[in-house]
Design a protein around this ligand. Structure first.
Ligand code: HEC
Ligand code: HEC
Length: 214
């Protein structure tokens, strides 16, 4: 990518789509970054920009959120779509949400000034966390042994904690795994071979059918 295209990407990525005419990109980044000169990006900066587009939330419709009219859902839709698509509460387990959200608050607080990012109040922050944790991914406590366990563990722990096989019945798992393959594509995370997907589905179906997995 050319330096100018990268700069534009930076402005769009960080500034959430405030379209800037190409000729003004350098000037806009001068004022927003508060630095002089319109430098060509260093290799490290280019890598950072490319990397920032990987593993972003794939996005979902507001109406599909659990309890879409609750205050928590509204806070999520208002504040968490300013830089990327709407994140699903099911994307992380209850234990992991606080650290993910903390990373986002840091960015939101830092970018509030020049880029006009909206900042939620303290009460809204805890409301949001409560909402995310209430509708979080149900994480596996302990996983039964069996063929495909290793494939499940390495493939399915790359974006979030390992899901509890019991959350879906055996006939439902193929559809869920297919959706995860789409997530991998949308989030630019490497996919799985057909054989590996079959292995994982086989493991999940067996584990979910067990009477006492936990
Ligand atoms: C100021 C811009 C900005 C806002 C606002 C923002 N994010 Fe992010 N978000 C990012 C960036 C940049 C990344 C990619 C780097 C990373 O993962 O930290 C990201 C990545 C993510 C990811 C995927 C990475 C992971 O750890 O799973 C999730 C989930 C996420 N954000 C959730 C949220 C939530 C929830 C909110 C609202 C509280 C939010 N974001 C608001 C900038 C933002
Ligand atoms: C590329 C990142 C990524 C990988 C890898 C991934 N997931 Fe997910 N997963 C997501 C996202 C994003 C969500 C929330 C949106 C959704 O449900 O599609 C999610 C949500 C879930 C949920 C909760 C939603 C539901 O339908 O129950 C389960 C269960 C799940 N993943 C299982 C898996 C399994 C099994 C694998 C391995 C085949 C896997 N994930 C691999 C991104 C990923």
């Amino acid at each position: 990518m050319h330096a100018r295209a990268l700069m534009l990407a930076a402005v769009v990525l960080v500034g959430c789509g405030k379209a800037t005419p190409q000729g003004q990109v350098a000037a806009a980044s001068d004022t927003s970054a508060g630095r002089g000169g319109a430098p060509a990006l260093t290799v490290a900066q280019q890598r950072l920009l490319e990397a920032a587009e990987i593993a972003l939330p794939p996005g979902m419709a507001v109406e599909s959120l659990p309890e879409p009219n609750s205050p928590g859902a509204k806070i999520l839709a208002q504040y968490c779509t300013q830089c990327h698509a709407l994140p699903s509460p099911a994307m992380h387990g209850p234990v992991d949400w606080p650290s993910v959200v903390r990373r986002m608050w840091v960015r939101i607080d830092m970018l509030a000034g020049s880029l006009g990012v909206q900042i939620p109040e303290t009460a809204q922050r805890s409301q949001l966390l409560t909402y995310l944790q209430a509708h979080a991914l149900q994480v596996a406590a302990n996983l039964p042994a069996g063929p495909g366990k290793e494939a499940f563990e390495t493939t399915c722990s790359r974006c979030h904690a390992l899901a509890d096989p019991k959350v879906h019945s055996p006939p439902d798992w193929p559809v869920v795994v297919m959706r995860m393959e789409k997530n991998m594509e949308k989030m630019k995370v490497s996919g799985v071979t057909h054989d590996r997907a079959v292995e994982i589905i086989g493991y999940l179906q067996k584990a979910s059918a067990r009477p006492h997995a936990r």
